[in-house]
Design a protein around this ligand. Structure first.
Ligand code: 4NP
Length: 155
């Protein structure tokens, strides 16, 4: 069984598809599986936002085959680690947890860079175009830390 990691944002079209693509590119595929989901239902079945696809492509990643899906409480059973992009996602996901074991799987992704500071990955959906580059840089930096930790822990 691979170690399973889930990236969660609101729409599952901007931030978490980038996070999925970036982390997957840093982990060996035989041992790890990375997926993403949104807490909202607006974009079920949709491709990622074209700005996320373009930002990934500029950095050598193809995320265009991803399709949006909504986070479900069964994801707590499937996934070993659940990384959320912001504190609103955190509240929503935690509210669906049925046990402490489930809650312990959930962490704010940027806590891996700034422990206990609860820093959000800002939602770039309604923002300036450069927001996507900023989000990419943040996620790339934190996924370096996460991938190193995961590989060390599960080798
Ligand atoms: P994401 O961005 O959570 O990074 O995917 C959003 C995309 C769409 C919406 C909100 C956030 N929306 O309201 O449709």
């Amino acid at each position: 069984m691979p170690v399973q990691i889930l990236m969660v944002c609101l729409g599952n079209i901007c931030r978490s598809p980038l996070a999925e693509g970036i982390l997957a590119s840093k982990l060996p595929k035989d041992k790890f599986r990375v997926d993403s989901a949104g807490t909202g239902s607006w974009h079920i079945g949709h491709t990622p936002d074209e700005r996320s696809i373009a930002t990934a492509k500029k950095n050598g990643l193809d995320i265009s085959n991803q399709r949006g899906r909504q986070f479900s409480s069964s994801d707590f059973d499937t996934f070993d680690y659940i990384f959320v992009m912001d504190s609103s996602n955190y509240e929503t996901v935690i509210s669906l947890a049925k046990s402490q074991e489930h809650k312990d799987k959930v962490r704010m992704i940027l806590d891996e860079l700034f422990p206990n500071e609860n820093v959000d990955v800002p939602d770039p959906y309604f923002g300036l175009p450069n927001g996507f580059n900023m989000v990419y840089q943040m996620l790339n930096e934190v996924c370096d830390v996460i991938s190193e930790k995961l590989i060390a822990k599960h080798q």
